[in-house]
Ligand binder design. Structure first.
Ligand SMILES: Cc1cc2nc3c(=O)[nH]c(=O)nc-3n(C[C@H](O)[C@H](O)[C@H](O)COP(=O)(O)O)c2cc1C
Length: 354
Protein backbone atom coordinates (compact mmCIF):
# COMPACT_ATOMS: atom_id res chain seq x y z
CA UNK A 1 0.00 0.00 0.00
CA UNK A 2 1.37 3.41 -1.00
CA UNK A 3 2.09 6.06 1.62
CA UNK A 4 -0.51 8.82 1.26
CA UNK A 5 -1.13 12.09 3.06
CA UNK A 6 -4.16 14.35 3.47
CA UNK A 7 -4.02 17.52 5.55
CA UNK A 8 -6.49 20.22 6.63
CA UNK A 9 -6.53 23.18 8.95
CA UNK A 10 -6.52 26.97 9.07
CA UNK A 11 -3.93 29.16 10.77
CA UNK A 12 -6.28 30.39 13.52
CA UNK A 13 -8.85 27.60 13.35
CA UNK A 14 -9.12 25.00 16.11
CA UNK A 15 -6.37 22.68 14.81
CA UNK A 16 -4.24 21.35 11.97
CA UNK A 17 -4.87 17.73 11.06
CA UNK A 18 -3.22 15.05 8.95
CA UNK A 19 -4.17 11.53 7.95
CA UNK A 20 -1.26 9.34 6.87
CA UNK A 21 -2.20 6.03 5.28
CA UNK A 22 0.04 3.20 4.07
CA UNK A 23 2.43 3.11 7.04
CA UNK A 24 3.53 -0.43 7.87
CA UNK A 25 2.39 -1.90 11.19
CA UNK A 26 4.82 -2.02 14.11
CA UNK A 27 6.66 1.25 13.45
CA UNK A 28 7.67 2.71 16.81
CA UNK A 29 6.82 6.42 17.12
CA UNK A 30 8.18 8.64 19.87
CA UNK A 31 6.01 11.60 20.91
CA UNK A 32 9.04 13.45 22.29
CA UNK A 33 10.85 13.17 18.92
CA UNK A 34 7.83 14.57 17.03
CA UNK A 35 7.37 17.39 19.58
CA UNK A 36 11.08 18.18 19.40
CA UNK A 37 10.83 18.71 15.62
CA UNK A 38 7.73 20.88 16.20
CA UNK A 39 9.76 22.96 18.68
CA UNK A 40 12.66 23.25 16.19
CA UNK A 41 10.23 24.70 13.62
CA UNK A 42 9.15 27.36 16.07
CA UNK A 43 12.65 28.56 16.89
CA UNK A 44 14.96 30.79 14.93
CA UNK A 45 15.90 34.33 14.42
CA UNK A 46 13.18 36.76 13.30
CA UNK A 47 10.10 34.78 14.37
CA UNK A 48 6.98 36.53 15.71
CA UNK A 49 5.77 36.25 19.34
CA UNK A 50 3.13 33.77 18.14
CA UNK A 51 5.79 31.06 18.31
CA UNK A 52 6.02 31.50 22.10
CA UNK A 53 2.26 31.32 22.40
CA UNK A 54 1.86 28.12 20.42
CA UNK A 55 4.32 25.55 21.90
CA UNK A 56 3.13 22.93 19.47
CA UNK A 57 2.43 19.38 20.55
CA UNK A 58 1.24 16.40 18.55
CA UNK A 59 -1.88 14.44 19.44
CA UNK A 60 -2.72 11.10 17.87
CA UNK A 61 -6.38 10.22 17.31
CA UNK A 62 -6.02 6.95 15.41
CA UNK A 63 -3.63 4.38 13.99
CA UNK A 64 -1.30 4.06 16.98
CA UNK A 65 -1.44 1.78 20.01
CA UNK A 66 1.13 1.84 22.81
CA UNK A 67 3.51 3.77 20.58
CA UNK A 68 3.37 1.38 17.60
CA UNK A 69 1.57 1.94 14.31
CA UNK A 70 -1.30 -0.44 13.59
CA UNK A 71 -0.96 -0.44 9.78
CA UNK A 72 -4.18 1.59 9.66
CA UNK A 73 -4.56 5.31 8.88
CA UNK A 74 -2.63 7.44 11.37
CA UNK A 75 -4.53 10.59 12.39
CA UNK A 76 -2.43 13.44 13.77
CA UNK A 77 -3.59 16.74 15.29
CA UNK A 78 -1.66 19.88 16.23
CA UNK A 79 -3.94 22.33 18.02
CA UNK A 80 -3.74 26.09 17.43
CA UNK A 81 -3.49 27.54 20.93
CA UNK A 82 -4.04 31.02 19.46
CA UNK A 83 -7.55 29.89 18.44
CA UNK A 84 -8.81 30.96 21.87
CA UNK A 85 -8.37 34.59 20.68
CA UNK A 86 -10.25 33.85 17.44
CA UNK A 87 -13.22 31.78 18.61
CA UNK A 88 -15.71 34.25 17.10
CA UNK A 89 -13.55 35.26 14.10
CA UNK A 90 -12.74 31.67 13.09
CA UNK A 91 -15.86 29.91 14.34
CA UNK A 92 -16.60 26.99 11.98
CA UNK A 93 -20.34 27.63 12.43
CA UNK A 94 -22.07 31.03 12.18
CA UNK A 95 -20.92 32.71 15.41
CA UNK A 96 -23.42 33.59 18.10
CA UNK A 97 -23.42 36.77 20.16
CA UNK A 98 -21.44 39.96 19.61
CA UNK A 99 -18.31 39.98 17.47
CA UNK A 100 -15.29 39.68 19.78
CA UNK A 101 -11.58 38.90 19.61
CA UNK A 102 -9.56 38.77 16.40
CA UNK A 103 -10.70 38.20 12.81
CA UNK A 104 -13.94 40.16 13.12
CA UNK A 105 -13.22 42.76 10.42
CA UNK A 106 -13.03 41.58 6.79
CA UNK A 107 -9.58 41.75 5.17
CA UNK A 108 -9.98 43.79 1.99
CA UNK A 109 -6.46 45.21 1.54
CA UNK A 110 -4.49 42.33 -0.05
CA UNK A 111 -0.76 41.94 0.72
CA UNK A 112 1.46 41.77 -2.35
CA UNK A 113 3.15 38.35 -2.27
CA UNK A 114 0.48 36.59 -0.19
CA UNK A 115 -2.67 34.65 -1.09
CA UNK A 116 -5.04 37.55 -0.34
CA UNK A 117 -5.69 38.91 -3.86
CA UNK A 118 -5.38 35.68 -5.85
CA UNK A 119 -7.55 33.81 -3.34
CA UNK A 120 -10.23 36.54 -3.20
CA UNK A 121 -10.54 36.60 -6.99
CA UNK A 122 -10.38 32.85 -7.49
CA UNK A 123 -12.94 31.92 -4.82
CA UNK A 124 -15.09 35.08 -5.00
CA UNK A 125 -14.36 36.11 -1.41
CA UNK A 126 -15.46 39.33 0.30
CA UNK A 127 -12.99 38.66 3.15
CA UNK A 128 -9.47 37.62 2.14
CA UNK A 129 -9.17 35.89 5.53
CA UNK A 130 -11.03 32.98 3.94
CA UNK A 131 -7.97 32.55 1.68
CA UNK A 132 -5.03 33.55 3.83
CA UNK A 133 -5.95 31.31 6.77
CA UNK A 134 -5.25 28.15 4.79
CA UNK A 135 -2.45 29.64 2.67
CA UNK A 136 -0.57 30.63 5.85
CA UNK A 137 2.62 28.75 6.71
CA UNK A 138 1.08 27.76 10.04
CA UNK A 139 0.20 24.68 7.97
CA UNK A 140 3.90 23.71 8.08
CA UNK A 141 3.46 22.60 11.71
CA UNK A 142 1.56 19.53 10.54
CA UNK A 143 4.07 19.02 7.69
CA UNK A 144 6.76 18.79 10.35
CA UNK A 145 4.77 16.33 12.49
CA UNK A 146 4.25 14.10 9.43
CA UNK A 147 7.94 14.51 8.53
CA UNK A 148 8.91 13.20 11.97
CA UNK A 149 6.82 10.07 11.29
CA UNK A 150 8.49 9.70 7.87
CA UNK A 151 11.91 10.04 9.49
CA UNK A 152 11.05 7.22 11.92
CA UNK A 153 10.28 4.95 8.95
CA UNK A 154 13.46 6.00 7.08
CA UNK A 155 15.60 5.42 10.19
CA UNK A 156 14.54 1.74 10.07
CA UNK A 157 16.60 1.45 6.86
CA UNK A 158 19.46 3.68 7.97
CA UNK A 159 18.43 6.94 6.28
CA UNK A 160 19.09 10.14 8.26
CA UNK A 161 18.24 13.71 7.27
CA UNK A 162 19.45 17.13 8.24
CA UNK A 163 18.18 20.56 7.20
CA UNK A 164 20.31 23.68 7.66
CA UNK A 165 20.49 27.36 6.72
CA UNK A 166 22.93 28.23 3.93
CA UNK A 167 22.23 31.93 3.68
CA UNK A 168 19.93 34.47 5.32
CA UNK A 169 19.33 38.21 5.01
CA UNK A 170 20.20 40.63 7.84
CA UNK A 171 17.26 40.21 10.23
CA UNK A 172 18.23 43.02 12.66
CA UNK A 173 18.49 45.60 9.91
CA UNK A 174 15.26 44.43 8.27
CA UNK A 175 13.41 44.54 11.58
CA UNK A 176 14.61 48.09 12.24
CA UNK A 177 13.30 49.06 8.78
CA UNK A 178 10.02 47.20 9.44
CA UNK A 179 10.91 44.99 6.48
CA UNK A 180 11.42 41.24 5.94
CA UNK A 181 14.12 38.94 4.50
CA UNK A 182 14.46 35.52 2.91
CA UNK A 183 17.34 33.10 2.45
CA UNK A 184 18.52 29.68 1.28
CA UNK A 185 18.26 26.32 3.08
CA UNK A 186 19.70 22.91 2.34
CA UNK A 187 18.57 19.39 3.19
CA UNK A 188 20.97 16.44 3.12
CA UNK A 189 19.83 12.83 3.29
CA UNK A 190 22.44 10.16 4.08
CA UNK A 191 22.11 6.41 3.64
CA UNK A 192 19.68 6.55 0.70
CA UNK A 193 20.30 3.40 -1.35
CA UNK A 194 20.63 3.58 -5.14
CA UNK A 195 17.30 2.90 -6.84
CA UNK A 196 14.64 5.15 -5.24
CA UNK A 197 12.51 6.81 -7.93
CA UNK A 198 12.65 5.98 -11.63
CA UNK A 199 13.27 7.51 -15.05
CA UNK A 200 10.20 5.68 -16.41
CA UNK A 201 7.87 8.72 -16.31
CA UNK A 202 8.12 12.31 -15.05
CA UNK A 203 5.92 11.41 -12.09
CA UNK A 204 8.40 8.74 -11.00
CA UNK A 205 11.50 10.93 -11.10
CA UNK A 206 12.85 11.42 -7.59
CA UNK A 207 14.36 14.85 -8.37
CA UNK A 208 11.01 16.08 -9.75
CA UNK A 209 9.16 14.67 -6.76
CA UNK A 210 11.50 16.23 -4.22
CA UNK A 211 11.38 19.57 -6.05
CA UNK A 212 7.56 19.56 -6.06
CA UNK A 213 7.45 18.66 -2.37
CA UNK A 214 9.88 21.46 -1.42
CA UNK A 215 8.39 24.02 -3.84
CA UNK A 216 5.06 23.19 -2.19
CA UNK A 217 6.25 24.91 1.00
CA UNK A 218 5.08 28.51 1.43
CA UNK A 219 7.54 31.20 0.21
CA UNK A 220 9.86 28.75 -1.60
CA UNK A 221 10.58 30.18 -5.06
CA UNK A 222 13.50 28.05 -6.25
CA UNK A 223 14.71 24.48 -5.71
CA UNK A 224 17.92 22.87 -6.90
CA UNK A 225 19.31 19.35 -6.58
CA UNK A 226 23.08 19.05 -6.10
CA UNK A 227 25.01 21.77 -7.93
CA UNK A 228 21.73 22.70 -9.69
CA UNK A 229 21.92 26.06 -11.46
CA UNK A 230 25.74 26.15 -11.26
CA UNK A 231 25.89 23.05 -13.53
CA UNK A 232 24.60 25.17 -16.42
CA UNK A 233 27.92 27.04 -16.52
CA UNK A 234 30.21 24.01 -16.21
CA UNK A 235 31.71 21.60 -18.72
CA UNK A 236 30.64 17.96 -18.72
CA UNK A 237 34.10 16.90 -17.63
CA UNK A 238 33.82 18.94 -14.40
CA UNK A 239 30.09 18.53 -13.80
CA UNK A 240 29.66 14.74 -13.80
CA UNK A 241 30.68 12.52 -10.92
CA UNK A 242 33.14 9.84 -12.10
CA UNK A 243 32.51 6.24 -11.08
CA UNK A 244 35.08 4.19 -9.09
CA UNK A 245 35.16 0.80 -7.44
CA UNK A 246 37.25 -0.31 -4.46
CA UNK A 247 36.69 -2.23 -1.20
CA UNK A 248 33.74 0.12 -0.46
CA UNK A 249 32.11 -0.98 -3.73
CA UNK A 250 30.95 1.41 -6.45
CA UNK A 251 31.29 5.02 -5.40
CA UNK A 252 31.96 8.61 -6.50
CA UNK A 253 34.60 11.06 -5.34
CA UNK A 254 32.34 14.06 -6.09
CA UNK A 255 28.59 14.65 -5.76
CA UNK A 256 27.57 17.44 -8.12
CA UNK A 257 24.47 15.44 -9.01
CA UNK A 258 23.24 15.70 -5.41
CA UNK A 259 22.66 11.95 -5.20
CA UNK A 260 20.21 11.66 -8.11
CA UNK A 261 20.84 10.68 -11.75
CA UNK A 262 18.04 10.15 -14.28
CA UNK A 263 15.46 10.62 -11.55
CA UNK A 264 16.91 7.72 -9.52
CA UNK A 265 18.92 7.92 -6.29
CA UNK A 266 22.51 6.84 -6.98
CA UNK A 267 23.65 6.00 -3.44
CA UNK A 268 25.41 9.30 -2.76
CA UNK A 269 24.08 11.87 -0.29
CA UNK A 270 20.90 13.54 -1.56
CA UNK A 271 21.30 17.32 -1.48
CA UNK A 272 18.33 19.63 -2.07
CA UNK A 273 18.47 23.42 -1.72
CA UNK A 274 15.57 25.87 -1.57
CA UNK A 275 15.42 29.65 -1.98
CA UNK A 276 12.90 31.49 0.21
CA UNK A 277 11.56 34.89 -0.75
CA UNK A 278 11.25 37.69 1.84
CA UNK A 279 8.01 37.23 3.78
CA UNK A 280 5.07 39.23 2.37
CA UNK A 281 3.60 40.74 5.57
CA UNK A 282 5.45 44.00 6.15
CA UNK A 283 5.08 46.24 9.20
CA UNK A 284 5.69 49.09 6.72
CA UNK A 285 3.01 47.95 4.26
CA UNK A 286 3.25 48.12 0.47
CA UNK A 287 0.72 49.74 -1.84
CA UNK A 288 -2.54 47.88 -2.31
CA UNK A 289 -6.14 48.46 -3.35
CA UNK A 290 -9.18 48.10 -1.12
CA UNK A 291 -11.19 45.36 -2.83
CA UNK A 292 -14.42 46.57 -1.15
CA UNK A 293 -14.19 50.20 -2.31
CA UNK A 294 -11.69 50.17 -5.19
CA UNK A 295 -9.71 52.92 -3.39
CA UNK A 296 -5.92 52.94 -3.18
CA UNK A 297 -4.56 51.97 0.22
CA UNK A 298 -1.82 50.01 1.97
CA UNK A 299 -1.74 46.28 2.57
CA UNK A 300 -2.93 44.43 5.67
CA UNK A 301 -0.55 44.57 8.63
CA UNK A 302 -0.82 41.53 10.89
CA UNK A 303 1.54 39.98 13.46
CA UNK A 304 4.23 38.33 11.39
CA UNK A 305 7.77 36.95 11.22
CA UNK A 306 10.63 39.12 9.90
CA UNK A 307 12.33 35.94 8.66
CA UNK A 308 11.54 32.24 8.83
CA UNK A 309 14.60 30.77 7.15
CA UNK A 310 15.61 28.60 10.10
CA UNK A 311 12.05 27.32 10.31
CA UNK A 312 12.12 26.58 6.58
CA UNK A 313 15.21 24.38 7.10
CA UNK A 314 13.13 22.21 9.47
CA UNK A 315 10.07 22.21 7.20
CA UNK A 316 12.14 21.35 4.11
CA UNK A 317 13.80 18.51 6.04
CA UNK A 318 10.29 17.18 6.81
CA UNK A 319 9.15 17.59 3.19
CA UNK A 320 12.18 15.72 1.83
CA UNK A 321 11.73 13.03 4.50
CA UNK A 322 8.11 12.56 3.45
CA UNK A 323 8.90 12.11 -0.24
CA UNK A 324 11.85 9.78 0.47
CA UNK A 325 9.58 7.72 2.72
CA UNK A 326 6.99 7.53 -0.08
CA UNK A 327 9.69 6.40 -2.53
CA UNK A 328 11.17 3.90 -0.05
CA UNK A 329 7.75 2.41 0.72
CA UNK A 330 7.10 2.16 -3.02
CA UNK A 331 10.35 0.22 -3.50
CA UNK A 332 10.40 -2.01 -0.41
CA UNK A 333 6.68 -2.34 0.44
CA UNK A 334 5.72 -4.30 3.52
CA UNK A 335 2.62 -4.55 5.70
CA UNK A 336 4.81 -4.96 8.78
CA UNK A 337 7.89 -2.84 9.40
CA UNK A 338 9.98 -6.03 9.54
CA UNK A 339 8.95 -6.85 5.94
CA UNK A 340 10.00 -3.37 4.83
CA UNK A 341 13.40 -3.71 6.53
CA UNK A 342 13.96 -7.26 5.19
CA UNK A 343 13.18 -6.18 1.61
CA UNK A 344 15.66 -3.31 1.94
CA UNK A 345 18.34 -5.67 3.32
CA UNK A 346 17.92 -8.26 0.58
CA UNK A 347 17.99 -5.55 -2.14
CA UNK A 348 21.17 -4.00 -0.69
CA UNK A 349 22.78 -7.48 -0.63
CA UNK A 350 21.90 -8.00 -4.30
CA UNK A 351 23.46 -4.71 -5.37
CA UNK A 352 26.31 -5.08 -2.84
CA UNK A 353 25.54 -1.69 -1.30
CA UNK A 354 26.45 -0.98 2.30
C1 LIG B 1 8.03 28.60 8.17
C2 LIG B 1 7.39 29.74 7.42
C3 LIG B 1 6.89 30.83 8.13
C4 LIG B 1 6.29 31.90 7.45
N1 LIG B 1 5.86 32.96 8.19
C5 LIG B 1 5.31 34.02 7.53
C6 LIG B 1 4.89 35.17 8.25
O1 LIG B 1 5.00 35.25 9.48
N2 LIG B 1 4.37 36.20 7.54
C7 LIG B 1 4.23 36.16 6.18
O2 LIG B 1 3.78 37.12 5.59
N3 LIG B 1 4.59 35.08 5.48
C8 LIG B 1 5.12 34.00 6.11
N4 LIG B 1 5.51 32.91 5.38
C9 LIG B 1 5.32 32.92 3.92
C10 LIG B 1 3.88 32.91 3.45
O3 LIG B 1 3.14 31.89 4.06
C11 LIG B 1 3.83 32.78 1.92
O4 LIG B 1 4.68 33.72 1.34
C12 LIG B 1 2.41 32.97 1.41
O5 LIG B 1 1.59 31.91 1.85
C13 LIG B 1 2.30 33.06 -0.14
O6 LIG B 1 2.77 31.90 -0.75
P1 LIG B 1 4.05 31.87 -1.71
O7 LIG B 1 5.11 32.73 -1.05
O8 LIG B 1 4.47 30.44 -1.77
O9 LIG B 1 3.67 32.45 -3.02
C14 LIG B 1 6.15 31.86 6.04
C15 LIG B 1 6.63 30.74 5.34
C16 LIG B 1 7.25 29.70 6.01
C17 LIG B 1 7.78 28.51 5.25
Amino acid sequence: MALELTTAGESHGPALVAIVSGLPAGLVLDKAAIDSDLARRQQGYGRSPRQKLEQDEVEVLAGLRHGRTLGTPLALVVRNRDHKNWTWGMSPWPPEGEAQGKGTKPVTLPRPGHADLAGSLKYGLADARDALERASARQTAITVAVGAVAKALLREIGIELEGSVVEMGDVDAAKADRDTVGGIVEVRARGVPPGLGSYATKDDRLDARLAAEVMGIQAVKGVEVGAGFALAGQRGSEAHDEIFRDERGLHRETNHAGGIEAGVSNGEEIVVRAAMKPLPTLMKPLASVDLATGEAGTALVERSDVAAVEALAVVAEAAVAWELAVAAKEKFGGDAVGDFVAAHRSYCERIEWH
